[in-house]
Design a binder for this molecule. Structure first.
Ligand code: ATP
Length: 548
């Protein structure tokens, strides 16, 4: 449905046909003129028992309106009704040299072509209108699109010796093809080619940087945890970075609390296996009755109480990742012999079966024991030692890296404050020389615990030397016999190293361990961390307490 309305110089209806005969529509059009929105010409959306678009133009003092009904979902109606500069938008669409539109009707006659486009074809303004598209545009296929009703997007078309990328889209009204629009998309196919090449180049760069970034974050995280810039720790970090990517078993040795577990995590995190989690085994914590099934797993129905479907052991779980064997020096000789084969070629059998499995694990072992001594005493097998020690990394004791204390203390204070939602304490400058004079038999773990205790005792915003002394003068008195435990001595100060001192130490230790076991619901990892002792030492003490 359409209509025409002509208003005379008095703004009275001089002619009205079709839709324009409706007085309500006439009233709305008059109102539009009175708002002064459209001066010489314009376009207006009408909502009067249906949706209409009217375009109008002044001819001197008179106005001519062309009115067209549009679909209730019409996007054009939405544009005209909601954008008060719709005329400028539509003008841009039909005039822009970048869009280069041509509009044909259902007979493929050109109904509209912007003057710039006409000029490109060597025509005067308006000269193309009414001509069959094939007479004006070289190699066009718009007439075929009008017949087929099928859009052609991104096609190459040569015009005036230049190849362009064009699209041809049929226009439908009430389900019938009424024409087609042709449009130049890119000035040349090379542009598209270049663009697509650029896009794929950028895509691959993004993918590369993404993977690099996740690697960097992972790596940074792994070595970042290991605080310290002393020569000893720099050398250690360099060794870890060198060894991490290699498929060799690594043995980490060093006193208790020197960060062997941190080193193992870094070795894994910096290896190609870092996407999977590292599997942990604490050899000292493995009860002898379960050691084989824990390590090698068991087949279905292997023993009473076993899972029906069987279970993977640590070696099998560690397939394609790293296996961290902590406290390997504490492993009983009868178990040591069972490790030889799996460490040789990755082959093993689950308990209760004879099928041979294979696991591709990367072995990292740690111990604070002296292998030399254990081998001499015959408590550690030499052949096993060779298999676990492809590369040996020695963790420096805190005494060898006292320079790192000023870096370690603030980090421990920060972590402590975050954990307890407390303000972070500053450190008085006398603290570092004081701490650097201490023997640190328990290494970084002991430092961590002393700092945390001092932070609890300290009242002000600053950690002072007195706060460390408040903890019982423990630092000066750390008993050498407990060197590997990292545990602090009792709060009772006794002058001589008499037997009673040891009794007092044992008593306090027992109490602290029992209390911590209750506090942490027998979680031995947490108990060991909390008390500042190694897990191996905790197990030893627990066994003694149980016997006593
Ligand atoms: N360089 C370091 N930077 C920050 N924290 C450290 C560093 N070294 C050790 N620690 C901290 O000290 C504690 C003990 O470290 P870790 O458990 O790795 O020591 P370990 O050598 O494996 O001890 P053990 O032989 O007793 O099991 C942990 O809380 C760890 O985070």
């Amino acid at each position: 449905m359409a209509g025409v309305l002509i208003l005379n110089d008095q703004k009275s209806v001089a002619y009205a046909s079709g839709l324009a005969a409706n007085p309500a529509i006439q009233r709305q059009l008059l109102q539009e003129l009175e708002t002064g929105r459209g001066q010489g010409s314009g376009i207006v959306a009408l909502n009067e028992g249906g949706k209409y678009i009217a375009v109008y133009r002044s001819l001197g003092d008179e106005f001519v309106f062309l009115i067209e009904a549009v679909d209730s979902e019409s996007t054009l109606f939405g544009l005209v009704a909601s954008v008060d500069f719709a005329v400028a938008v539509l003008t841009y669409l039909v005039e822009s040299p970048y869009l280069s539109l041509v509009l044909v009707d259902d007979q493929a006659r050109i109904r509209f072509m912007p003057p710039v486009h006409e000029k490109f074809f060597g025509l005067e303004r308006g000269e193309a209108i009414g001509k069959h598209v094939t007479e004006v545009i070289e190699n066009t296929k718009l007439h075929k699109v009008v017949q087929s009703g099928k859009a052609e997007i991104g096609k190459l078309q040569e015009m005036g010796g230049i190849t362009r990328v064009v699209s041809r889209v049929p226009i439908k009204q009430n389900g019938k093809i009424v024409g087609a629009i042709g449009q130049v998309m890119f000035k040349g196919p090379t542009t598209v080619h270049e663009l697509s090449q650029e896009v794929s180049k950028l895509r691959s760069q993004v993918a590369f940087y993404k993977s690099e970034l996740s690697g960097i974050q992972q790596n940074a995280y792994d070595l970042e945890q290991m605080i310290g810039e002393s020569d000893a720790i720099r050398q250690l970090k360099a060794d870890i970075m060198k060894v991490a990517p290699m498929h060799v078993p690594v043995l980490i040795v060093g006193e208790s609390g020197t960060g062997k577990e941190l080193a193992a995590q870094a070795l894994h995190g910096l290896s190609a296996r870092s996407k999977s989690r590292m599997v942990f085994v604490n050899a000292a914590a493995l009860p002898s009755s379960l050691v084989e099934s824990e390590l090698f797993g068991y087949e279905a129905g292997a023993f009473t109480g076993a899972d029906k479907s069987g279970r993977k052991g640590k070696f099998e779980q560690a397939d394609k990742t790293s296996l961290f064997f902590d406290e390997i020096g504490d492993m009983a000789p009868e178990i040591q012999v069972k490790l030889l084969r799996v460490l040789q070629d990755g082959m093993f059998e689950r308990v209760g079966g004879n099928r041979v499995y294979h696991s591709d694990f990367r072995l990292i072992c740690a111990s604070n024991r002296s292998f030399q001594e254990m081998i001499n005493e015959g408590t550690f097998r030499l052949d096993l030692y060779y298999r676990i020690s492809g590369v040996t990394i020695r963790m420096p004791s805190l005494r060898e890296r006292l320079d790192d204390i000023p870096a370690l203390v603030p980090r421990f204070l920060l972590a402590f404050a975050n954990r307890h939602r407390m303000p972070v304490k500053r450190v008085d400058k006398r603290v570092y020389p004081f701490l650097q004079e201490q023997p640190w038999p328990g290494n970084v773990r002991q430092l961590l615990h002393e700092v945390e205790k001092a932070a609890i005792f300290s009242d002000g915003p600053e950690l002072r030397v007195e706060d460390f002394r408040m903890t019982g003068g423990l630092l000066e008195d750390a008993a050498p016999s407990e060197a590997t435990s990292g545990i602090s001595a009792p709060t009772t100060r006794v002058g001589s190293r008499h037997r009673r001192i040891q009794d007092a130490v044992n008593e306090v230790e027992r109490t602290m361990i029992s209390e911590a076991m209750v506090r942490h619901r027998s979680n031995k990892k947490k108990v060991a961390e909390d008390l500042g002792i190694s897990r191996a030492y905790l197990y030893k003490r627990l066994a003694e307490i149980a016997v006593a």
